[in-house]
Design a protein around this ligand. Structure first.
Ligand SMILES: NC(=O)c1ccc[n+]([C@@H]2O[C@H](COP(=O)([O-])OP(=O)(O)OC[C@H]3O[C@@H](n4cnc5c(N)ncnc54)[C@H](OP(=O)(O)O)[C@@H]3O)[C@@H](O)[C@H]2O)c1
Length: 254
């Protein structure tokens, strides 16, 4: 694969969807910076896989729950770009990092609310703002939402509300950044079998089988169903798509 000299930043690239996104971007010839929250071991293994594909790659720690750590992250990223690539900019921002929990509406505490707010919306909003000077003109921003903004999932009121906010933000960013040639889209995966929400799908075969019946293609998704879509959205071929919500759910509740 020919090297493109383009760099993607994938938050939450140590496992699950983010890992597959990073691998598929590397297969297209891009270099990749991934972030992890606490699983440095998993992130290091992804870096080895990325390097085996010929990409320059590095993992940086980032906790989206620690809103006040974002400036320090941006400084580390800036230094990393200079040290490893010899310039100040990167090309693709994939806001993927996140966690899930099933909490009935009546039981959501202010602490739960603030945690989801920080990780899934506030830190995504301001990290993107802080990274704009580092993002190349003509670049890409891809946010990750969820099928749960369209279909109500029990216990997902707080999670899905933040994802809904990200979908609205996507449209505004697409409008604002069009003058720089930056496209901004949001990908909304349906149920995907990862470690997400305490591996809610993998650890519950009955629930998994029930979900499969609600999906046109007859199964829940795997991380490998999503990474290629991100790689496509980072390609020249997708350059005329912006401000869109692209659901990747195998046809959930059609
Ligand atoms: N799986 C699904 O069914 C599904 C469906 C729709 C949307 N999504 C969305 O897809 C994204 C990825 O989910 P996934 O299924 O890949 O989950 P996952 O397998 O649990 O991986 C989560 C990733 O995010 C990182 N992360 C978790 N909390 C973080 C925090 N506070 N700050 C920074 N990074 C953090 C993790 O880092 P460590 O490895 O260090 O813990 C890991 O890299 C999330 O935004 C999720 O909402 C998932």
């Amino acid at each position: 694969m020919e090297h493109t000299n383009k760099i993607a930043l994938v938050t939450g690239g140590s496992r699950g969807l983010g890992k597959d996104m990073a691998l598929r971007l590397a297969e297209k010839g891009h270099d990749v910076i991934i972030t992890y929250q606490s699983r440095k071991d998993a992130a290091d293994a992804v870096i080895a896989d990325l390097e085996a594909k010929g990409a320059k790659a590095i993992a940086l720690q980032l906790d989206m729950a620690q809103f006040h750590s974002l400036d320090e992250f941006v400084s580390r990223l800036t230094a990393t770009l200079q040290e490893k690539w010899g310039h100040a900019r990167f090309d693709f921002l994939v806001n993927n990092a996140g966690m899930g929990a099933t909490i009935p509406f009546e039981q959501v505490t202010e602490a739960d609310f603030d945690h989801f707010l920080n990780v899934h919306f506030k830190s995504v909003y301001f990290l993107t703002q802080k990274l704009l000077p580092l993002l190349q003109d003509g670049g890409r921003i891809i946010n990750i939402s969820s099928g749960s903004t369209r279909i109500c999932v029990p216990g997902y009121s707080v999670y899905a509300s933040m994802k809904g906010a990200i979908e609205t933000l996507t449209q505004y960013l697409a409008k604002d950044l069009g003058s720089r040639g930056i496209t901004v889209n949001v990908v909304a995966p349906g149920p995907i079998e990862t470690d997400f929400n305490n591996a809610a799908i993998r650890s519950n075969p009955e629930r998994k089988a029930m979900m499969a019946k609600t999906i046109a293609l007859g199964r829940v998704g795997n991380a490998e169903d999503i990474g290629g879509i991100i790689a496509f959205l980072c390609s020249q071929d997708s350059g005329w798509i912006t401000g869109q919500r692209i659901e990747a759910s195998g046809g959930l509740f059609l």
